[in-house]
Design a protein around this ligand. Structure first.
Ligand SMILES: *Cc1c(COP(=O)(O)O)cnc(C)c1O
Length: 390
């Protein structure tokens, strides 16, 4: 049986009623026959049948032992950091998701957890950053918004040799394209808000662990700290996952077409997409992933914020919004949106140019997306022309 069929049919038919959709158990507590004698559920923070179904599907998707569902991607990240003690250190990817950076530096710093940021696309740099206090390596690949690629299997070897945990934030690739646990990671996390949910209608986080022991530890924090996913959002996320394979395939095809179009556009300077042969991470991406994802970034030859801003307000189908991974195409201008709090020089050094635009390529007909971009470029050319003729 193919893994897709297996996944779809692992979503159980309700044994009580035969309902083919997963029932939403909207309840806070469960009646017990005697103290401690119950049907496997006692209080819904600890366990809920709808969430439990999602958690099993998540484990299967990533090929892990245990899945744990949280109320957001950041709550999932938070639960992993709680495995550490004060005095421990983290080695993390340098262009890490901004929310994770804030959590590490503004929250866990005051509890004595130190983070060293390195360019993880350079395996030697990861090795060099490890100290006896390093207990966790934190990776994103591809990264946001410049789609940097790191070698998961090589970093897994460093983690194993240094006896530290290795966690991969697999949000951008999705488990359809990339399975970090099979490449040696201990933990995978997702902002399921993005591709797994896939319809821009919920906030959710998932953790999947390679071993049941690690799963039990994180499940302890899920219950002890309480950032659980609700039954309704668990239901929505299961529904999203049912079509994940199909959606991701189309996101990849549409993004590849757009990246190739952008590459030859006269106004465009750099295009960042791991599916392009000239992308520095192309070979590793090809080796460790089944596809290159739905995110494409690019800069303008006229590298000004003004040009990028007129572009991001000049499209019709690409809507201006933060987030990614949904059915509808989105675009954003990181320098003035997601990366606004980073000082200009530091941001530019990280490759986030003033004119960089990030596209989350959706599931519309690719020809329509291309003509949408074409029109936005044309408006910029027209405006430049009219300025020159003044
Ligand atoms: C969005 C995102 C997160 C945070 O997830 P939320 O669901 O918004 O809390 C973490 N990592 C990556 C790579 C993301 O894109």
């Amino acid at each position: 049986m193919s893994t897709i069929t297996q996944l779809i049919h692992s979503i159980p038919v309700d044994p009580q009623t035969g309902a083919i959709a997963v029932p939403i158990y909207q309840t806070s507590t469960f009646v017990q026959e005697a103290p401690g004698v119950n049907k496997g559920y006692d209080y819904a923070r600890t366990n809920n049948p709808t969430r439990e179904t999602l958690e099993k599907i998540a484990a299967q998707l990533e090929g892990g032992a245990t899945g744990i569902a949280f109320s957001s991607g950041l709550a999932a990240i938070d639960a992993i950091v709680k495995l550490l003690q004060s005095g421990d250190e983290i080695v993390a990817v340098d262009d890490i998701y901004g929310g994770a950076f804030r959590l590490f530096n503004k929250v866990y710093d005051k509890f004595g957890i130190k983070v060293t940021y390195v360019d993880t696309s350079d395996v030697q740099a990861v090795f060099n950053a490890i100290t006896p206090a390093t207990k966790l390596i934190w990776l994103e690949t591809p990264t946001n918004p410049t789609l940097k690629i790191s070698d998961i299997a090589a970093i897994a070897k460093i983690a194993a040799a240094s006896k530290c945990l290795f966690c991969v934030d697999n949000t951008f690739a999705s488990p359809v394209l990339q399975q970090p646990l099979a490449l040696g990671a201990d933990i995978v996390i997702h902002s399921a808000t993005k591709y797994l949910g896939g319809h821009s209608d919920l906030i959710a986080g998932l953790v999947v662990t390679r071993t049941p022991e690690l799963g039990a530890e994180i499940k302890f924090y899920q219950n002890a700290c309480g950032a659980i996913l609700s039954p309704f959002d668990s239901f929505l996320l299961i529904r999203g996952i049912e079509t994940l394979h199909l959606r991701v395939r189309q996101h990849c095809a549409n993004a590849q077409a757009i990246a190739e179009y952008l590459e030859q556009h006269p106004l465009v300077d750099k295009v960042y997409y791991p599916g392009l042969k000239n992308h520095p991470g192309h070979a590793i991406a090809k080796q460790q992933s089944k596809g290159f994802g739905g995110i494409v970034s690019f800069t303008f030859k006229d590298d000004t914020e003004a040009t990028a801003l007129s572009f991001v307000t000049g499209t019709q189908y690409f809507k201006l919004a933060e987030s990614l991974g949904g059915v509808k195409s989105l675009l954003c201008h990181p320098a003035s949106m997601t990366h606004k709090s980073i000082p200009d020089e530091k941001r530019r050094a990280a490759g986030v140019a003033d004119s960089l635009v990030r596209l989350s390529v959706g599931l519309e007909e690719p020809a329509d997306l291309l003509s949408d971009l074409d029109l936005a470029f044309y408006k910029i050319q027209q405006a430049a022309g009219s300025v020159l003729s003044l």
